[in-house]
Design a protein around this ligand. Structure first.
Ligand SMILES: CC(C)(COP(=O)(O)OP(=O)(O)OC[C@H]1O[C@@H](n2cnc3c(N)ncnc32)[C@H](O)[C@@H]1OP(=O)(O)O)[C@@H](O)C(=O)NCCC(=O)NCCS
Length: 191
């Protein structure tokens, strides 16, 4: 049995097999993605289904801490949220590892906008203990390069005003689009 067949069989019998149909390309990535980037202590590459558990654990850890303090009540709840992003047919993701330790993640999706193909970044996070050491900046540079190669023309995201991440994005070439605002309405029973 070839390695590819063995890996495919393994994941077909695992709970994550539901991703295989849309994400067969990620499985191919497992055997060597041509866009991987490795320097002395960081491997940056596209997300594969094998990263799913690590990404969920790190997501819960990072967003439960300063400055977000989100109340993800269980790992399962965080996993469910991320799986919904991953199952989007236009999903794309990136991860960075320092040895065996996952240190940074980016999840996003394509939007075929009239001005060109844009990448909407849904989640971007760096391990708490590793923040402030330039990993986010290196990861952002890597992602921008990949997106340019894939002919994306714009990178868009939402974040909160006045938190350290806003400054990080500004330092990394993002600007605040003052023409846009975020509108929300709470949905309550009985209306
Ligand atoms: C925001 C984040 C992705 C930046 O990655 P990073 O690796 O910490 O950032 P870098 O080290 O490359 O850049 C540091 C710059 O980012 C800003 N910054 C943002 N968060 C920071 C943090 N926790 N620690 C230190 N600097 C931070 C500072 O302006 C800093 O500039 P300085 O070094 O001149 O002070 C990362 O801190 C993080 O994951 N934060 C928690 C999750 C989050 O807020 N994600 C964004 C959601 S939209």
């Amino acid at each position: 049995m070839s390695i590819k067949t063995a890996v495919k069989d393994h994941f077909a019998s695992a709970p994550i097999s539901r991703h295989l149909k849309n994400h067969f390309d990620y499985l191919h990535g497992f055997s060597g993605m041509k866009l991987d980037y490795q320097d002395e202590n960081l491997l940056m590459r596209k997300f594969t289904v094998q990263d799913e558990d690590n990404c969920a654990e790190l997501f819960k850890e990072v967003f439960s801490a300063y400055p977000w303090y989100d109340n993800w009540v269980s790992l399962e709840q965080a996993r469910t949220y991320l799986i919904e992003l991953i199952e989007n047919p236009v999903f794309d993701g990136y991860v960075a590892y320092n040895g065996l330790s996952l240190v940074a993640v980016c999840f996003g999706h394509k939007r075929s906008w009239w001005v060109g193909k844009e990448f909407f970044m849904d989640e971007f996070y760096v391990r708490n203990e590793s923040q402030g050491n330039g990993i986010g900046t290196r990861m952002m540079d890597y992602i921008k390069k990949q997106l340019i190669e894939e002919e994306y023309t714009r990178l868009v995201l939402l974040t909160n005003k006045g938190i350290p991440a806003e400054e990080f994005y500004i330092k990394n070439g993002f600007y605040n689009n003052s023409d846009r605002t975020v509108m929300v309405t709470e949905l309550e029973k009985g209306i």
